[in-house]
Structure formats: C-alpha cells, structure tokens
Design a binder for this molecule. Sequence first.
Ligand code: NAD
Length: 368
Amino acid sequence: MTTEITTPTELKKMDPVFGQLSFDNHEQIVFCHDKDTGLKAIIGIHNTVMGPALGGTRMWKYANEWEALNDVLRLSRGMTYKSAITGLNLGGGKAVIIGDSKHDKTPEMITKFGQFVNSLSGKYITAEDVGTTTADMDRIHKETKFVTGISEELGGSGNPSPVTAYGVYMGMKAAAKYKFGSDNLEGKRILVQGNGHVGETLISYIRKEGAEVFVSDIHQEKMDAMVEKYGAKIYTGDDIYSADVDIYSPCALGATINDDTVYKIQAKVIAGAANNQLAVESIHGKVLRERGIVYAPDFLINAGGIINVYGEIVKYEKGEAMRRTENIYNTTLEIFSYAEQNNMTTQQAAMQIAENRIEQRKKENANR
Ligand code: NAD
C-alpha cells in the first residue's frame, strides 16, 4: 500500500478506474446522488479487515469531481492506517459531500446522506469532519445507527477535538523525550500553526507545562485570544518555517512539509494535529530524517478523535478514551525505535507496523 497522489498527465497511461488517482486497493467506492436535494457524495471504503470502515464526512467546495474522488480515496486510506496503528478494531473509510457547507448544505441533503450511509448496513460508519457538525451527525442519527460523534444529549461523545489535542500533546512529549532526552516541555520554544479547536487545547497544555509558545493563524482574533488566555506570543517573523524554535506543531492544514519548506525548518521536532503533513510521504519524510528532525507521524498522534468516537461503538466512557489516548506516548516511542532499528523514516515505520497488523488479522480472519 504505497501509492502516492497521481498527476492528471499520468492518468492517460493508466487503467480507467482502479489504478487512477489515489486508488490503493480500496475495497469499495460508493457514489451517492439525489436530484431533489442536490446531494452529490462519495463514500470511500478502503479496508475493512480490522473492522467496519469508520471515518468522517467532509463537505467541501471541490474544484471538480476528480478532486473530490481523489480526496476521499486519500483520506479513507489514511483512516485505515490511523485505526490500525492505534490498535482499534476499525477499518478505514471516509465520505465527501461536494458543495459549500455554508451555502449549499440543507437538512434534507444531510437526511438523504444518512439514508445512503444506512444502505451500507454498517460497513461504513460516519462521523464529523471539516464542513459537518455534531448537529449534522444528530440528523444522520435519525436515519441510521451507523454514525458517531453525536451529541452528548443523545448518548454520544460530543466534540472530539479536546481528546485529539491530548493525543497530540502526548505524541509531542514522546518526540521531545526521544530528541532532547526529556519529555519535559518547560522552557521549550514551540510554534503552533493553527489556533482552532485542537490548537487551542494543545496550547493550554503546553503553556501549563511552562513552554514558550508562539502562535500563527490566518485570523488575528484567534492569535489575540491565545495571547490573552494563555500568555502565548504571536510569531512575528517573515517565514514561520524558518522560525528559531525547538518544536513546530502544524495544527492547521496538510502538506505544510513540502519542497518549499522542508529545508527551511529549524525546529528539531515536528508534532502536530493536521492530517497529511508530508506533501509526499516518501520524499519529505526522508529529508526530515536526513536533517535529523524528529517527525511524529500525524496519523498516529492525532488519533485521539477516532479513539473518542470508537468509544461510542463499544460503550462510551470518557476515562477509557483518555487512557487509550495517553498511550499514544508509548506508541510514538515504539515507532521511533522501530524506525531507528530498521533504518527507515518514522512515517514508514508507522505504516509498516499498521500493515503488519492488518496482514496478521487477515490471516486470523481466514482461519476462523
Ligand atoms: P479548526 O478549523 O478548528 O482550526 C484550524 C485553524 O487553522 C483555524 O483557526 C484556522 O484559522 C487556521 N488556519 C487555516 N489556515 C491557516 C494557515 N494557512 N496558517 C495558519 N493558520 C491557519 O480545525 P481543528 O479541528 O482544530 O483541526 C486542526 C487540524 O487537525 C486539521 O487539519 C484537522 O483535519 C486535523 N485533525 C483534527 C481532529 C479533531 O478532532 N478536530 C482530529 C484529527 C485531525
């Protein structure tokens, strides 16, 4: 399972469907369309060896349908790895709804989407993602039981972001231990890019521990709030990637570690919440390793959210979700040591361990 994103010019040479874009042994792709509500959605089921494919529904104004398909393929594959490395009995899936969540979303559209999810009889379980809300999940819940992240009043686990932030904090401490010899963040200079739901809670943890925190966000008011509430400092340099800090924490967008930034980064540790931080896993992960920068794989340390919603499937208990999330600290250290022993990047190490687990489970399933 090593396919990388494919460029459109390469498409002509390939098979018309499987083998295009980010297809990577995906089990099933479901195109959902409803003329009356205007719903156009794609559900991607990457792998169900470990359990039902759980992953959020993203509503986004994609430039075209290819972009939406590529996104759901990439995101659903990521969920397979995230759940496997975290030790959850879940497979990988994700859904996208094509449209602007602010202008195009209607209750009828979400209801219809819930009916499509229900038609898959539990092979795919949905949750909240960018462009969807807990209220949307509550609406979907009226149509199907195969939804998580519903509100606490309905017996759900509510907003997963604080748990995600706790996991990122644990991963960051493990990376600090590995790189600096101690997981104590006191006095460490940490840059948090993106001061939203996850970023804010992370900032509260690391400030409590005495780190010097620099913040960066496209919205001035979010940075101002971090200064006021937690005593953070706004990063004022020209280029955040060359910031003189110990730890860089990407908590905004994916692909911030790319050709333009990877050689500029001065931080010794990268640990953040954003999904798909490495623009090209095989290239940029390798450069970080060569430069001696410790990279905590994103899908490993941002798994607190999925751990939290997983609880809804088994039996939700906040303490148990936090305990499992705390274990991200140990798993991160295990991955670093596996990478070192096997002369590979931390991203490769995490992916290989996840793949081994899936293969092992496949054998066990076959012998049942
Ligand atoms: P959010 O939307 O609440 O916050 C994102 C923040 O990033 C916003 O404040 C936004 O203004 C800022 N931002 C956007 N572009 C930026 C840029 N170019 N530079 C600096 N800041 C920028 O999102 P969130 O829930 O905090 O999630 C943060 C990241 O973590 C996302 O990539 C998300 O996919 C990932 N993630 C979140 C969860 C979760 O439980 N919320 C779980 C796993 C992964």
